[in-house]
Design a protein around this ligand. Structure first.
Ligand code: NDP
Ligand code: 2IT
Length: 448
């Protein structure tokens, strides 16, 4: 069958079978479009149903999470774990705690994770989970009770050889600690590799906290260097002010760039002098406050309500590091008009399909999420390795491995793009390079 027609028909079936899940449809659409030349060259991937199987999760778990708040009132949230693909390793991917979470978000994230994890070159399959629980404004004990209840169910479905969760939006070191404690208590075994992003004193890896942001900047650096540019003296706008945004800012600063804006879900700050990262870390990592507090300390900086406005700030490099679909077609056009030279996706799917097209059509160097933010999960896999060996590497060792992985992902994605006739299109290149390894593993393992 004609590969293009096959992909179009399969996409229609995916939409029909997974109704009301627009984010999942969006993620699948982009991947299927990019795979057409691969399927033309490898018709066996159609015959063996590889693509049809890759868009269907191996297992989806949805569960009730009851807990009691500080007022003694019963609260009920919904928990999810989608075990998408285990062809090349145990399911691996983060947990997201955010009120917007529903099955469609977890499926889009789990689907993207398959290709991202394959790109790292490490043996990890794809999965994702989370809950519609909102950690914002909750006390530490409320977060602990929620995490314990969540893990009381999740522990039935995970283990270091089956499925290894980590953090994502709303899940950081605090939450991973509470979940690890509950897992250990229920299993009565110290299975360190069952979760990653752990604290350094109980099996975490040095550089995991920094890894996604650092990895993003290593990737973008490699991409712009190939076109004769560096971060030195560049003006950079970064959305978000969470884990990924903070450590992307830190690495941009180290490479001589200037980050002038950061945001949260309420608004953004613009500091022409370059953002004060120590203050942002104190506000966000320690005090868990709003980014608007920044201007109380730096009155010369501006604070604006709303998220989209951040993309109207002129910059050389834009790094969306908050959430999905934060750069739409209109914002992409404004960035292009203002002379943006490179865009690197730290968040998962932060640019809409229309926005991506605007960047690619205008020759903006574009680093897609699956490739550019893979440093986090890659370092999670390095954490698993250290846990298996019962050893800990130094920061420098882990950071060097991370950098090497990001450079290799860049090389593999560009080579795949070139091989399949999409020169300089890293969106398609990353999808293809990630897919081919998983497809080969699925072919060798038979119809499972
Ligand atoms: P955090 O929870 O640490 O930070 C998230 C940041 O994004 C916060 O500033 C938050 O603002 C903002 N944000 C969240 N949701 C929205 C929204 N709906 N609209 C606007 N702003 C929002 O998460 P991470 O930094 O870990 O994750 C950020 C992105 O990076 C996500 O897309 C995640 O999937 C992706 N990612 C994370 C990895 C990791 O290792 N942590 C690895 C690879 C990708 P507020 O404080 O107001 O909520
Ligand atoms: O989106 C992602 O890659 C993550 N949130 C990190 C997953 C992980 O297992 O470290």
């Amino acid at each position: 069958m004609n590969a293009k027609v096959y992909c179009e028909q399969l996409f229609e079936r995916v939409v029909k079978r997974n109704g009301n899940e627009p984010e999942f449809h969006q993620a699948v659409k982009e991947v299927l479009e990019s795979l057409v030349p691969v399927l033309e060259k490898h018709p066996e991937y159609i015959e063996l149903g590889i693509v049809e199987r890759i868009v269907e999760p191996e297992r989806q778990i949805v569960f009730r999470v009851p807990w009691v708040d500080d007022k003694g009132q019963v609260q009920v949230n919904r928990g999810f774990r989608v075990q998408f693909n285990s062809a090349i390793g145990p399911y691996k991917g983060g947990l997201r705690f955010h009120p917007s979470v529903y099955l469609g978000i977890i499926k889009f994230l789990g689907f993207e994770q398959i290709f991202k994890n394959s790109l790292t070159g490490l043996p990890i399959g794809g999965g994702k989970g989370g809950s519609d629980f909102d950690p914002k404004g909750k006390s530490d004990s409320e977060v602990m009770r929620f995490c314990q209840s969540f893990m009381t169910e999740l522990q039935r479905h995970i283990s270091q050889d089956c499925d290894v969760p980590a953090g994502d939006i709303g899940v950081g070191g605090r939450e991973i600690g509470f979940m690890f404690g509950q897992y250990k208590r229920i299993k009565n075994a110290y299975e360190a590799g069952v979760l990653t992003g752990k604290g350094l004193v109980y099996g975490g890896s040095l550089a995991r906290t920094e890894a996604t942001g650092y990895g993003l900047v290593y990737f973008v650096d490699e991409m712009i260097k190939a076109k004769g540019m560096t971060f030195e003296g560049k003006t950079v706008v970064i959305s978000g002010s969470g884990n990924v945004a903070i450590y992307a800012t830190q690495k941009v600063n180290q490479l001589g760039g200037k980050v002038v804006a950061l945001s949260d879900s309420n608004g953004y700050i613009y500091d022409k002098n370059g953002v004060d990262l120590a203050l942002v870390k104190q506000l966000k990592e320690v005090e868990r406050k709003r980014i608007s507090e920044y201007v109380k300390v730096h009155p010369t900086a501006e604070y604006h309500e709303g998220c989209n406005g951040i993309w109207t700030i002129p910059c050389d490099v834009a790094l969306p590091c908050a959430t999905q679909n934060e750069i739409d077609e209109e914002s992409a056009k404004i960035l292009v008009k203002n002379g943006v030279k490179a865009v690197g996706e730290g968040a998962n799917m932060p640019t809409t399909l229309e926005g991506t097209k605007v960047f690619l059509d205008n020759g903006v160097l574009f680093a897609p999420a699956k490739a550019a933010n893979a440093g986090g999960v890659a370092t999670s896999a390095l954490e698993m390795s250290q846990n298996s060996m019962r050893l800990a590497w130094t920061f420098e060792e882990v950071d060097a491995k991370l950098k090497n992985i990001m450079v290799n992902i860049y090389k593999n994605a560009s080579a795949a793009a070139e091989e399949y006739g999409y020169k300089d299109n890293l969106v398609y290149g990353a999808n293809i390079a990630g897919f081919v390894k998983v497809a080969e593993a699925m072919r060798m393992q038979g119809l499972v």
